[in-house]
Design a protein. Structure first.
Length: 471
């Protein structure tokens, strides 16, 4: 079970922990391998990444199941395989090399960019596909026979057989929900936190999100009694995970029980409208020890939020800011995007003016904006929308920073690397090959830019759906 980022990130991934647990329950000796913190030191020492459990080199495992979270981790996957002495590209591997099976969040957004590096993928929710698929591997006498079996699984994608024709993503039944941690990892980014799902999916229709209502049946709730029964006594920190966890109708009594037990509680995402209307959410999180209250705005203006079908108004955001100040939070943080379709400088100016209002409403709580450039994703209504442009995004970031100097902290995501993410999101296997060329050249932004610009336009996006192609 491989994660192409360092241990601290991998062990904060609930999906990685959960699938590893289920594979072990299938009777398979699954061990964990992560990308080393200092890959160059391992390369200089000619050491392969080692498993956590038995210190076995990665290249000694017959099959490597990779959890890939997002597009830029493709470089980590290439690095991880190369450090182990495994040719990263599938076509360069031989019969003595391990099989590479891929899943994870990227499978619901942009799996084609990873196609050159894997033998197969399991797209979507893998609880009911990954364990038996790995069991089939050990029961098959050849790679081709295993792929024959795998082809019958929901969400199975075999690049060398299917080209760029992706199957529908798989949906697991509720039988195995909720996903939950198998380890309390003190060295993870979410240090010693027990993670479990309070719900899965989302009932909202935000046009930019792969987890919107139409993805895998919308929102599936887990009852509080079930959640509470799974929290181990030794877990002093609990993280409730879900794309719309703050929309859980029984969230407040669930939080109350966890906080009353003396635990620190964290939620993976907070919707401003819910926090504004259910004031006990922010109160209980603060009571449990939280110092930052975080919500998402996404669009820079009321107009853009309406266009994105984001049900967040200025009134809700202002009420959340006031709660942050009244309850003694140190920081009120708002996530948003710049460079969304139809955005103008006037939208940024509206954001500046409104953020200054948030600062006044938040009292002693500092205001911080986490600002990411918009990147169009597959399986969303905005799939195929162009990237706003590196210079455009950087200019608007500077406009925002100038306007908020002394009033709020702006924490921007790099426009350059967002462009790389966009190219990987919107491309097919050809951009995966470009990723390999960029990695070979050193992995700097200039290397990525050169490699992605060299992709033949005639080969790009041959997998576009008929509706998108017409658009």
């Amino acid at each position: 079970m491989a994660y192409p980022s360092p241990y601290r990130a991998g062990m904060s991934s609930l999906g990685f922990q959960w699938i590893t647990t289920l594979v072990r329950q299938e009777g398979i000796a699954a061990e964990r391998v992560f990308l080393p913190d200092a890959p160059e030191a391992w390369r200089a020492a000619r050491m392969a990444p080692l498993s956590c459990e038995t210190q076995t080199p990665l290249n000694r495992f017959p099959i490597i199941a990779v959890s890939l979270a997002y597009e830029l981790e493709i470089a980590g996957l290439i690095e991880l395989l190369d450090l182990a002495g495994i040719p990263p590209r599938r076509e360069d591997r031989g019969p003595g090399d391990p099989i590479v099976l891929l899943g994870g969040p990227i499978s619901m957004a942009s799996p084609l960019a990873a196609a050159p590096f894997v033998d197969a993928m399991l797209l979507g929710e893998a609880e009911e596909t990954a364990p038996p698929a790995l069991r089939d591997f050990f029961d098959s006498d050849t790679r081709e026979r295993w792929l024959d079996h795998l082809e019958l699984y929901p969400g199975a994608y075999i690049p060398e057989r299917h080209g760029t024709a992706l199957p529908p993503i798989a949906k697991a039944s509720d039988r195995l929900l909720p996903a939950r941690s198998a380890w309390l990892a003190p060295d993870a980014e979410l240090s010693s936190m027990f993670l479990l799902e309070g719900e899965r999916g989302c009932h909202r229709q935000c046009t930019f999100c792969v987890m919107r209502r139409t993805t895998n049946g919308g929102m599936r709730l887990v009852e509080p009694d079930r959640i509470l029964s799974l929290v181990p006594d030794e877990a002093h920190k609990v993280g409730l995970v879900g794309a719309a966890i703050s929309d859980h109708p029984k969230l407040v009594p669930l939080l109350q029980t966890l906080v009353d037990s003396g635990r620190q509680v964290s939620l993976s995402s907070l919707r401003a409208d819910r926090v504004a209307r259910k004031t006990d959410i922010a109160r209980l999180l603060r009571q449990s020890g939280a110092r930052t209250l975080t919500v998402a705005s996404d669009g820079a203006s009321e107009r853009l939020r309406a266009t994105l079908q984001k049900k967040t108004s200025e009134d809700y955001l202002a009420r959340c800011a006031a709660q942050a100040g009244d309850l003694g939070y140190a920081v009120f943080k708002v996530y948003m995007m710049i460079g969304v379709p139809d955005e103008t400088d006037e939208d940024i100016d509206e954001l500046v003016a409104f953020t200054r209002e948030l600062r006044r409403a938040s009292g002693r709580a500092r205001v911080a904006l986490g600002v990411a450039p918009f990147v169009a994703k597959r399986n969303t209504p905005l799939d195929g929308q162009p990237f706003a442009g590196i210079k455009v995004v950087e200019r608007r970031m500077k406009r925002l920073q100038r306007g908020l100097r002394g009033a709020a902290e702006v924490r921007p995501v790099s426009a350059r690397w967002a462009w790389v993410e966009y190219e990987l999101s919107q491309g097919g296997p050809e951009v995966g090959e470009a990723a390999f060329a960029a990695w070979q050249a050193g992995g700097r932004f200039a290397d990525w830019k050169r490699a992605l610009k060299a992709v033949d336009p005639a080969t790009r996006r041959p997998w576009a759906s008929p509706a998108r192609a017409a658009k």
